[in-house]
Design a protein around this ligand. Structure first.
Ligand code: 4AD
Ligand code: MG
Length: 431
Protein backbone atom coordinates (compact mmCIF):
# COMPACT_ATOMS: atom_id res chain seq x y z
CA UNK A 1 0.00 0.00 0.00
CA UNK A 2 1.04 3.60 -0.50
CA UNK A 3 2.42 5.25 2.61
CA UNK A 4 4.96 7.87 3.64
CA UNK A 5 8.52 7.47 4.86
CA UNK A 6 7.51 8.78 8.28
CA UNK A 7 5.06 5.89 8.60
CA UNK A 8 7.32 3.05 7.43
CA UNK A 9 7.52 1.76 11.01
CA UNK A 10 3.88 0.69 10.69
CA UNK A 11 4.74 -1.61 7.77
CA UNK A 12 7.73 -3.62 8.97
CA UNK A 13 7.91 -6.98 7.20
CA UNK A 14 5.25 -5.91 4.70
CA UNK A 15 5.26 -4.34 1.28
CA UNK A 16 4.85 -0.58 0.98
CA UNK A 17 5.05 2.05 -1.75
CA UNK A 18 6.46 5.52 -1.22
CA UNK A 19 6.25 8.46 -3.60
CA UNK A 20 8.99 11.04 -3.70
CA UNK A 21 12.37 11.91 -5.10
CA UNK A 22 15.74 10.24 -5.35
CA UNK A 23 18.39 12.59 -4.05
CA UNK A 24 21.42 10.36 -4.20
CA UNK A 25 22.53 6.96 -5.52
CA UNK A 26 25.44 4.61 -4.91
CA UNK A 27 26.26 1.26 -6.44
CA UNK A 28 26.39 -0.21 -9.92
CA UNK A 29 25.10 -3.10 -12.04
CA UNK A 30 24.29 -5.56 -9.30
CA UNK A 31 23.48 -3.52 -6.24
CA UNK A 32 22.15 0.02 -5.78
CA UNK A 33 21.49 2.13 -2.70
CA UNK A 34 18.91 4.81 -3.44
CA UNK A 35 18.59 7.74 -1.05
CA UNK A 36 14.94 8.68 -1.13
CA UNK A 37 12.94 11.53 0.35
CA UNK A 38 9.21 12.23 0.24
CA UNK A 39 8.73 15.33 2.39
CA UNK A 40 7.94 13.34 5.51
CA UNK A 41 11.47 11.98 5.87
CA UNK A 42 14.30 10.12 4.17
CA UNK A 43 15.04 6.45 3.69
CA UNK A 44 17.29 4.11 1.79
CA UNK A 45 16.04 1.79 -0.93
CA UNK A 46 18.21 -1.28 -1.58
CA UNK A 47 17.97 -2.71 -5.10
CA UNK A 48 19.44 -6.14 -5.86
CA UNK A 49 19.34 -6.26 -9.65
CA UNK A 50 19.10 -10.05 -9.84
CA UNK A 51 16.01 -10.08 -7.61
CA UNK A 52 13.87 -7.47 -9.37
CA UNK A 53 12.15 -7.40 -12.77
CA UNK A 54 14.12 -6.17 -15.79
CA UNK A 55 12.39 -2.79 -15.97
CA UNK A 56 13.07 -2.06 -12.30
CA UNK A 57 16.75 -2.99 -12.69
CA UNK A 58 16.97 -0.66 -15.70
CA UNK A 59 15.22 2.11 -13.82
CA UNK A 60 17.66 1.77 -10.91
CA UNK A 61 20.52 2.14 -13.37
CA UNK A 62 19.13 5.17 -15.15
CA UNK A 63 17.72 7.10 -12.16
CA UNK A 64 19.31 10.53 -11.84
CA UNK A 65 19.42 12.90 -8.87
CA UNK A 66 16.08 14.61 -8.10
CA UNK A 67 14.07 12.39 -10.47
CA UNK A 68 10.59 11.73 -9.09
CA UNK A 69 9.73 8.11 -8.35
CA UNK A 70 7.33 5.63 -6.84
CA UNK A 71 9.27 2.92 -5.08
CA UNK A 72 7.79 -0.32 -3.75
CA UNK A 73 9.57 -2.72 -1.45
CA UNK A 74 9.56 -4.72 1.74
CA UNK A 75 10.06 -2.61 4.86
CA UNK A 76 13.00 -3.64 7.05
CA UNK A 77 14.13 -2.30 10.36
CA UNK A 78 17.72 -1.05 10.16
CA UNK A 79 19.90 -3.64 11.91
CA UNK A 80 21.90 -1.05 13.87
CA UNK A 81 20.20 2.33 13.81
CA UNK A 82 17.23 2.74 16.12
CA UNK A 83 14.13 4.17 14.44
CA UNK A 84 15.53 3.79 10.91
CA UNK A 85 13.67 1.77 8.28
CA UNK A 86 14.75 0.72 4.79
CA UNK A 87 13.07 -0.60 1.70
CA UNK A 88 14.19 -3.84 0.04
CA UNK A 89 13.07 -2.62 -3.36
CA UNK A 90 10.85 -4.77 -5.61
CA UNK A 91 9.65 -2.13 -8.06
CA UNK A 92 10.67 1.33 -9.26
CA UNK A 93 8.33 3.48 -11.31
CA UNK A 94 9.85 6.68 -12.64
CA UNK A 95 7.43 9.62 -12.60
CA UNK A 96 9.83 12.08 -14.24
CA UNK A 97 13.42 11.39 -15.12
CA UNK A 98 15.72 14.41 -14.81
CA UNK A 99 17.76 14.50 -17.99
CA UNK A 100 19.73 17.62 -17.09
CA UNK A 101 22.27 17.83 -14.34
CA UNK A 102 20.70 19.06 -11.09
CA UNK A 103 22.04 22.60 -10.53
CA UNK A 104 22.65 22.15 -6.82
CA UNK A 105 25.08 19.29 -6.76
CA UNK A 106 26.83 18.19 -3.61
CA UNK A 107 29.78 20.53 -3.97
CA UNK A 108 29.94 23.71 -1.93
CA UNK A 109 28.07 26.59 -3.50
CA UNK A 110 28.30 30.24 -2.48
CA UNK A 111 25.35 31.80 -0.67
CA UNK A 112 24.31 33.93 -3.67
CA UNK A 113 24.19 30.89 -5.93
CA UNK A 114 22.09 29.04 -3.36
CA UNK A 115 19.72 31.98 -2.90
CA UNK A 116 19.35 32.33 -6.70
CA UNK A 117 18.29 28.68 -6.65
CA UNK A 118 16.17 28.97 -3.53
CA UNK A 119 13.30 27.12 -5.30
CA UNK A 120 15.60 24.07 -5.50
CA UNK A 121 17.68 24.72 -2.37
CA UNK A 122 14.51 24.31 -0.28
CA UNK A 123 14.71 20.56 -1.02
CA UNK A 124 18.01 20.10 0.82
CA UNK A 125 17.91 18.43 4.21
CA UNK A 126 18.97 21.55 6.14
CA UNK A 127 16.29 23.68 4.54
CA UNK A 128 13.73 20.93 5.01
CA UNK A 129 14.60 20.79 8.71
CA UNK A 130 14.32 24.59 9.14
CA UNK A 131 10.88 24.71 7.54
CA UNK A 132 9.67 21.91 9.78
CA UNK A 133 10.83 23.73 12.91
CA UNK A 134 9.19 26.90 11.60
CA UNK A 135 5.92 24.98 11.24
CA UNK A 136 6.13 23.77 14.84
CA UNK A 137 6.75 27.34 16.05
CA UNK A 138 3.69 28.63 14.16
CA UNK A 139 1.45 25.87 15.51
CA UNK A 140 2.76 26.26 19.06
CA UNK A 141 1.97 29.98 18.87
CA UNK A 142 -1.65 29.40 17.89
CA UNK A 143 -1.94 26.64 20.47
CA UNK A 144 -0.60 28.71 23.37
CA UNK A 145 -2.51 31.89 22.58
CA UNK A 146 -5.81 30.08 22.03
CA UNK A 147 -5.31 28.25 25.30
CA UNK A 148 -4.74 31.61 27.04
CA UNK A 149 -7.98 32.99 25.60
CA UNK A 150 -6.59 35.08 22.73
CA UNK A 151 -8.54 34.80 19.51
CA UNK A 152 -7.12 35.31 16.05
CA UNK A 153 -8.10 38.60 14.41
CA UNK A 154 -6.76 39.41 10.96
CA UNK A 155 -5.29 42.88 10.53
CA UNK A 156 -5.24 44.54 7.10
CA UNK A 157 -2.14 44.54 4.92
CA UNK A 158 -3.07 47.66 2.95
CA UNK A 159 -3.07 50.63 5.28
CA UNK A 160 -3.53 54.38 4.89
CA UNK A 161 -0.60 55.32 7.15
CA UNK A 162 2.29 54.16 9.27
CA UNK A 163 1.72 52.23 12.47
CA UNK A 164 4.96 53.29 14.09
CA UNK A 165 5.00 56.60 12.32
CA UNK A 166 8.26 55.93 10.52
CA UNK A 167 9.04 56.59 6.92
CA UNK A 168 10.22 53.04 6.30
CA UNK A 169 7.13 51.93 4.45
CA UNK A 170 6.49 50.50 1.01
CA UNK A 171 4.20 52.91 -0.79
CA UNK A 172 1.87 51.85 -3.59
CA UNK A 173 -0.55 53.68 -5.87
CA UNK A 174 -4.10 53.10 -4.74
CA UNK A 175 -6.38 53.97 -7.64
CA UNK A 176 -6.52 57.62 -8.73
CA UNK A 177 -4.55 60.02 -6.60
CA UNK A 178 -4.40 57.84 -3.55
CA UNK A 179 -1.52 56.18 -1.83
CA UNK A 180 -1.58 53.06 0.31
CA UNK A 181 1.17 51.51 2.40
CA UNK A 182 2.01 47.89 3.10
CA UNK A 183 1.57 47.26 6.80
CA UNK A 184 4.59 47.13 9.12
CA UNK A 185 2.58 45.65 12.04
CA UNK A 186 -1.08 44.94 12.69
CA UNK A 187 -0.85 46.31 16.22
CA UNK A 188 -3.08 49.38 15.97
CA UNK A 189 -5.86 47.32 14.40
CA UNK A 190 -5.78 44.57 16.97
CA UNK A 191 -5.80 47.28 19.64
CA UNK A 192 -9.22 48.22 18.22
CA UNK A 193 -10.29 44.58 18.29
CA UNK A 194 -9.59 44.02 22.01
CA UNK A 195 -12.51 46.35 22.75
CA UNK A 196 -14.64 43.70 21.08
CA UNK A 197 -12.99 40.39 22.01
CA UNK A 198 -10.78 41.19 25.02
CA UNK A 199 -7.62 39.39 23.93
CA UNK A 200 -6.51 38.74 20.39
CA UNK A 201 -3.61 38.22 18.02
CA UNK A 202 -2.83 38.57 14.36
CA UNK A 203 -0.30 36.64 12.31
CA UNK A 204 0.73 37.76 8.89
CA UNK A 205 3.35 39.18 6.56
CA UNK A 206 4.63 42.67 7.32
CA UNK A 207 6.84 44.92 5.24
CA UNK A 208 9.68 47.27 6.10
CA UNK A 209 11.48 49.42 3.58
CA UNK A 210 14.38 50.10 5.93
CA UNK A 211 17.78 49.87 4.31
CA UNK A 212 19.24 47.56 6.97
CA UNK A 213 21.76 45.08 5.64
CA UNK A 214 22.23 43.06 8.82
CA UNK A 215 21.86 39.33 9.39
CA UNK A 216 18.67 40.12 11.33
CA UNK A 217 16.72 42.15 8.76
CA UNK A 218 14.29 41.19 6.03
CA UNK A 219 12.05 43.58 4.08
CA UNK A 220 9.15 41.10 4.24
CA UNK A 221 8.70 38.93 7.30
CA UNK A 222 5.99 37.32 9.41
CA UNK A 223 4.87 38.98 12.58
CA UNK A 224 2.55 37.88 15.32
CA UNK A 225 1.06 40.76 17.32
CA UNK A 226 -0.84 39.97 20.51
CA UNK A 227 -2.88 42.47 22.52
CA UNK A 228 -4.96 42.25 25.71
CA UNK A 229 -7.40 44.57 27.49
CA UNK A 230 -6.90 45.15 31.23
CA UNK A 231 -3.32 43.89 30.96
CA UNK A 232 -0.39 45.91 32.27
CA UNK A 233 3.32 45.82 31.48
CA UNK A 234 3.88 42.94 33.95
CA UNK A 235 1.01 40.84 32.52
CA UNK A 236 2.41 41.49 29.07
CA UNK A 237 5.81 40.03 29.95
CA UNK A 238 4.16 37.00 31.59
CA UNK A 239 2.36 36.16 28.35
CA UNK A 240 5.56 36.50 26.33
CA UNK A 241 7.45 34.29 28.73
CA UNK A 242 4.75 31.61 28.64
CA UNK A 243 4.56 31.75 24.86
CA UNK A 244 8.31 31.40 24.29
CA UNK A 245 8.59 28.55 26.82
CA UNK A 246 5.74 26.73 25.09
CA UNK A 247 7.30 27.20 21.64
CA UNK A 248 10.71 25.90 22.72
CA UNK A 249 9.14 22.98 24.56
CA UNK A 250 7.16 21.98 21.46
CA UNK A 251 10.21 22.18 19.20
CA UNK A 252 12.21 20.01 21.61
CA UNK A 253 9.32 17.55 21.69
CA UNK A 254 8.69 17.34 17.94
CA UNK A 255 11.87 18.31 16.13
CA UNK A 256 14.89 16.62 17.71
CA UNK A 257 15.72 14.95 14.37
CA UNK A 258 15.59 18.30 12.57
CA UNK A 259 17.75 20.02 15.21
CA UNK A 260 20.27 17.21 14.77
CA UNK A 261 20.41 17.80 11.01
CA UNK A 262 21.01 21.49 11.81
CA UNK A 263 23.73 20.52 14.30
CA UNK A 264 21.96 22.70 16.86
CA UNK A 265 23.29 22.29 20.38
CA UNK A 266 20.03 21.72 22.27
CA UNK A 267 21.56 22.21 25.71
CA UNK A 268 20.84 25.98 25.86
CA UNK A 269 17.29 25.40 24.57
CA UNK A 270 16.52 23.10 27.49
CA UNK A 271 17.28 26.04 29.78
CA UNK A 272 14.57 28.22 28.27
CA UNK A 273 12.31 28.11 31.31
CA UNK A 274 10.47 30.81 33.27
CA UNK A 275 11.42 33.11 34.87
CA UNK A 276 13.50 34.80 32.18
CA UNK A 277 16.26 37.24 33.08
CA UNK A 278 14.99 40.79 33.64
CA UNK A 279 17.08 43.92 33.28
CA UNK A 280 16.24 47.55 32.87
CA UNK A 281 17.59 49.49 29.92
CA UNK A 282 19.56 51.54 32.45
CA UNK A 283 21.26 48.42 33.85
CA UNK A 284 22.03 47.01 30.43
CA UNK A 285 23.60 50.27 29.25
CA UNK A 286 25.77 50.34 32.36
CA UNK A 287 26.94 46.75 31.81
CA UNK A 288 27.55 47.39 28.12
CA UNK A 289 29.70 50.42 28.89
CA UNK A 290 31.70 48.32 31.32
CA UNK A 291 32.16 45.84 28.47
CA UNK A 292 33.60 48.62 26.32
CA UNK A 293 30.58 49.77 24.30
CA UNK A 294 30.26 53.50 23.63
CA UNK A 295 26.46 53.41 23.97
CA UNK A 296 25.00 56.61 25.49
CA UNK A 297 22.74 56.51 28.53
CA UNK A 298 19.60 57.32 26.56
CA UNK A 299 20.52 55.44 23.34
CA UNK A 300 18.75 52.51 21.77
CA UNK A 301 20.66 49.22 21.82
CA UNK A 302 22.47 48.65 18.52
CA UNK A 303 22.73 45.28 16.80
CA UNK A 304 26.29 44.76 18.04
CA UNK A 305 25.29 45.68 21.59
CA UNK A 306 22.54 43.05 21.49
CA UNK A 307 24.94 40.44 20.12
CA UNK A 308 27.64 41.08 22.71
CA UNK A 309 25.24 41.40 25.58
CA UNK A 310 23.17 38.27 24.90
CA UNK A 311 26.25 36.08 24.35
CA UNK A 312 26.61 36.08 28.14
CA UNK A 313 23.29 34.27 28.66
CA UNK A 314 21.58 31.02 27.80
CA UNK A 315 18.11 32.22 28.81
CA UNK A 316 16.08 34.96 27.11
CA UNK A 317 16.46 38.45 28.61
CA UNK A 318 13.75 41.09 29.00
CA UNK A 319 15.15 44.60 28.66
CA UNK A 320 12.60 46.95 30.18
CA UNK A 321 11.92 50.66 30.22
CA UNK A 322 13.74 52.16 27.27
CA UNK A 323 14.01 55.94 26.96
CA UNK A 324 10.86 57.32 25.42
CA UNK A 325 12.55 59.08 22.45
CA UNK A 326 13.85 55.79 21.00
CA UNK A 327 10.47 54.07 21.13
CA UNK A 328 7.09 54.45 19.42
CA UNK A 329 4.54 57.17 20.23
CA UNK A 330 1.91 54.79 21.64
CA UNK A 331 4.01 53.42 24.52
CA UNK A 332 2.88 54.46 28.00
CA UNK A 333 5.28 56.53 30.11
CA UNK A 334 6.65 54.98 33.26
CA UNK A 335 4.89 56.84 36.09
CA UNK A 336 8.07 56.46 38.18
CA UNK A 337 10.30 58.01 35.51
CA UNK A 338 8.52 59.87 32.71
CA UNK A 339 11.67 59.92 30.57
CA UNK A 340 11.14 56.20 30.07
CA UNK A 341 8.31 53.97 28.80
CA UNK A 342 6.66 50.80 30.12
CA UNK A 343 8.09 48.62 27.38
CA UNK A 344 10.19 45.53 27.02
CA UNK A 345 12.26 44.01 24.27
CA UNK A 346 12.81 40.30 24.64
CA UNK A 347 16.33 39.34 23.58
CA UNK A 348 17.20 35.78 22.64
CA UNK A 349 20.40 34.46 24.23
CA UNK A 350 23.58 33.16 22.54
CA UNK A 351 24.08 36.42 20.65
CA UNK A 352 20.74 36.37 18.81
CA UNK A 353 19.17 39.56 20.18
CA UNK A 354 15.67 41.02 19.84
CA UNK A 355 12.87 38.61 19.03
CA UNK A 356 9.91 40.49 20.59
CA UNK A 357 9.00 44.13 21.11
CA UNK A 358 6.10 45.12 23.31
CA UNK A 359 4.68 47.64 25.78
CA UNK A 360 1.79 48.88 27.81
CA UNK A 361 -0.10 51.36 25.59
CA UNK A 362 -0.95 54.99 26.33
CA UNK A 363 -4.63 54.84 27.27
CA UNK A 364 -5.26 58.49 28.14
CA UNK A 365 -6.82 60.53 25.33
CA UNK A 366 -5.07 63.85 25.98
CA UNK A 367 -1.65 62.31 26.53
CA UNK A 368 -1.90 60.23 23.37
CA UNK A 369 -3.07 63.24 21.35
CA UNK A 370 -0.04 65.17 22.58
CA UNK A 371 2.28 62.29 21.72
CA UNK A 372 0.90 62.11 18.17
CA UNK A 373 1.52 65.85 17.80
CA UNK A 374 5.03 65.59 19.32
CA UNK A 375 5.90 62.92 16.78
CA UNK A 376 4.56 65.07 13.92
CA UNK A 377 2.17 62.35 12.85
CA UNK A 378 -0.87 63.22 10.68
CA UNK A 379 -3.67 63.76 13.20
CA UNK A 380 -6.42 62.97 10.67
CA UNK A 381 -5.10 59.49 10.08
CA UNK A 382 -5.08 58.75 13.80
CA UNK A 383 -8.61 59.91 14.64
CA UNK A 384 -9.93 56.35 14.64
CA UNK A 385 -7.08 55.27 16.93
CA UNK A 386 -7.86 58.15 19.29
CA UNK A 387 -11.51 57.00 19.34
CA UNK A 388 -10.30 53.93 21.22
CA UNK A 389 -9.32 56.31 24.05
CA UNK A 390 -12.62 58.22 23.79
CA UNK A 391 -14.98 55.30 24.11
CA UNK A 392 -14.31 52.96 27.00
CA UNK A 393 -10.53 53.29 27.21
CA UNK A 394 -8.83 50.65 29.37
CA UNK A 395 -5.26 49.91 30.39
CA UNK A 396 -3.94 47.52 27.79
CA UNK A 397 -0.71 45.99 26.55
CA UNK A 398 0.65 43.95 23.71
CA UNK A 399 3.69 42.74 21.86
CA UNK A 400 4.85 41.56 18.47
CA UNK A 401 7.26 38.78 17.58
CA UNK A 402 9.27 38.33 14.44
CA UNK A 403 8.79 34.72 13.35
CA UNK A 404 12.04 34.56 11.38
CA UNK A 405 14.08 35.89 14.32
CA UNK A 406 12.66 33.09 16.50
CA UNK A 407 13.28 30.42 13.85
CA UNK A 408 16.85 31.71 13.40
CA UNK A 409 17.56 31.51 17.12
CA UNK A 410 15.93 28.13 17.78
CA UNK A 411 17.54 26.55 14.71
CA UNK A 412 20.90 28.16 15.57
CA UNK A 413 21.26 29.80 12.12
CA UNK A 414 23.76 32.48 11.28
CA UNK A 415 21.49 34.60 9.14
CA UNK A 416 17.74 35.25 9.10
CA UNK A 417 17.54 34.66 5.31
CA UNK A 418 17.50 30.86 5.71
CA UNK A 419 14.54 30.97 8.12
CA UNK A 420 11.92 32.05 5.54
CA UNK A 421 11.08 30.07 2.41
CA UNK A 422 11.67 32.95 -0.02
CA UNK A 423 13.65 35.76 1.64
CA UNK A 424 13.24 39.38 0.59
CA UNK A 425 16.02 41.77 1.49
CA UNK A 426 17.14 45.07 0.00
CA UNK A 427 19.24 43.08 -2.45
CA UNK A 428 16.90 40.23 -3.20
CA UNK A 429 13.44 39.90 -4.69
CA UNK A 430 13.92 36.65 -6.60
CA UNK A 431 13.07 33.85 -7.10
O1 4AD B 1 9.92 45.74 17.48
P1 4AD B 1 8.95 45.87 16.34
O2 4AD B 1 9.24 46.91 15.33
O3 4AD B 1 7.52 46.09 17.01
C1 4AD B 1 6.36 46.38 16.39
O4 4AD B 1 6.19 46.44 15.20
C2 4AD B 1 5.20 46.50 17.34
N1 4AD B 1 4.10 47.18 16.66
C3 4AD B 1 4.81 45.12 17.81
C4 4AD B 1 3.70 45.14 18.84
O5 4AD B 1 3.89 45.70 19.91
N2 4AD B 1 2.58 44.53 18.53
O6 4AD B 1 8.82 44.47 15.60
C5 4AD B 1 8.45 43.32 16.30
C6 4AD B 1 9.43 42.21 16.03
C7 4AD B 1 10.85 42.50 16.48
O7 4AD B 1 11.03 42.25 17.84
C8 4AD B 1 11.64 41.54 15.63
O8 4AD B 1 11.60 40.24 16.17
C9 4AD B 1 10.86 41.52 14.33
O9 4AD B 1 9.55 41.98 14.63
N3 4AD B 1 11.44 42.39 13.31
C10 4AD B 1 12.05 41.95 12.19
N4 4AD B 1 12.30 40.70 11.73
C11 4AD B 1 12.94 40.58 10.54
N5 4AD B 1 13.31 41.64 9.78
C12 4AD B 1 13.08 42.91 10.20
N6 4AD B 1 13.42 43.93 9.42
C13 4AD B 1 12.43 43.10 11.45
N7 4AD B 1 12.03 44.19 12.16
C14 4AD B 1 11.44 43.73 13.26
MG1 MG C 1 11.69 46.46 18.21
Amino acid sequence: MTTTIAKLADHVGKEATIQGWMYNKRGNGKLYFLQLRDGSGTTQGVVVAAEVDKETAENAEKLTAESSVKVTGTVNKHPKQEGVYELQVTKIEIVQLCTEEYPIAKKDHGIDFLLDHRHLWLRSSRQWAIQRVRNTIINATFEYLNQEGFIKIDAPILTPNACEGTTELFEIDYFEENKAYLTQSGQLYIEAAIFSVGKCFDFGPVFRAEKSKTRRHLTEFWMMDAEAAFADHEDNMKTQEGLICHIVEKVLEKNMAELKILERNTEPLTKVKAPFIRKTHEEVVKELREMGSDIGEMDDLGGDDETNYTKKFDKPIFVEKYPSPVKAFYMKRDPKDPRRVLCSDLLAPEGYGEIIGGSQREDDYDTLLQRIKDHNLPLDAFQWYLDLRRFGSVPHSGFGYGLERIVTWICGLEHVRESIPFPRTIYRLTP
